[in-house]
Design a protein around this ligand. Sequence first.
Ligand SMILES: NC(=O)c1ccc[n+]([C@@H]2O[C@H](COP(=O)([O-])OP(=O)(O)OC[C@H]3O[C@@H](n4cnc5c(N)ncnc54)[C@H](OP(=O)(O)O)[C@@H]3O)[C@@H](O)[C@H]2O)c1
Length: 290
Amino acid sequence: MGWARRGRPAIMQAMNDFVMAFIGGGNMAGAIVGGLRHAGVDARRLLVVEPQQARRDFLQQQFGVRVQPEPDAPLEAAELLVWAVKPQQFAEAARALRARAAGAARALQLSIMAGVRCAAIERLVGASQVVRAMPNTPALVGRGVSGVYANPACGEGARARAEQVLRAAGSVVWVEQEAALDAVTAVSGSGPAYVFYLMEMMIAGGVELGLSEAVAHRLALATVGGAAALAEASPLSPARLREQVTSQGGTTAAALQVLGARDVAGAFAEALRAAARRSADLADALERDS
Ligand SMILES: NC(=O)c1ccc[n+]([C@@H]2O[C@H](COP(=O)([O-])OP(=O)(O)OC[C@H]3O[C@@H](n4cnc5c(N)ncnc54)[C@H](OP(=O)(O)O)[C@@H]3O)[C@@H](O)[C@H]2O)c1
């Protein structure tokens, strides 16, 4: 797992002086909790509210954290609340929190829920400091990236705390406008699916050319992973790296010519616009329903 390769003594030190609670203990919460525990955060400082008994047992056994089925009094001690329920579960979860642990509204609220705007969290939780993040699924192996926005009530300290939590699941990129999270969703939130799609197409293309599925699969995955590692390590832009491997009249040029003729770049731009529009529409719909 990616976590093992990364030492985070600074996170550990900073995180061990406050209590944080997760509302919802599903996949994403599990990934962040796992990352925090790997970084050395004390299990006693982590509390998870999760209705499913099996999931609570898993989190407790795997990470040693405190778990509870309802948002009860212990949550009042939390200085940071991570909202990790499904967007459509948020209104109900916020109502339960206000009924049973209203003091938790004083905490910094960090939401990873897609399409729930800061205003909705301020209103339904009765909170003032809200940080909204859009992570992605490589968080499950500690290699996610989160686009993050903080509402104006958050000072430097609140932003730093939210970032420490999110870094347990990967890297963090701040945006200054909340609306930019729709674009973040289009690029990195939905992004892993585009890369998986690319892998699928490379595998299918390899099989059509006579490779076995297993060989094509290994080649495609190693190529995507290797190219990403090279792009990360290199000072050159992806466009320059692409040009470097495209010699005139060569094999790569032949392939890229076909992609250009089919306007794959245009299709991609349109796909990202569709994702961003859908993200904004979903947020509007949630706002109408809550
Ligand atoms: N997965 C992604 O790629 C991704 C990327 C970016 C953002 N997100 C966001 O991350 C959030 C969590 O996603 P996920 O994939 O981790 O979902 P998930 O696995 O379904 O986790 C949500 C968990 O919260 C529990 N829950 C439901 N109502 C609750 C309540 N009132 N109080 C406490 N817990 C409650 C759910 O239990 P039940 O199963 O019994 O309902 C479930 O175990 C979502 O808002 C999603 O938009 C996900």
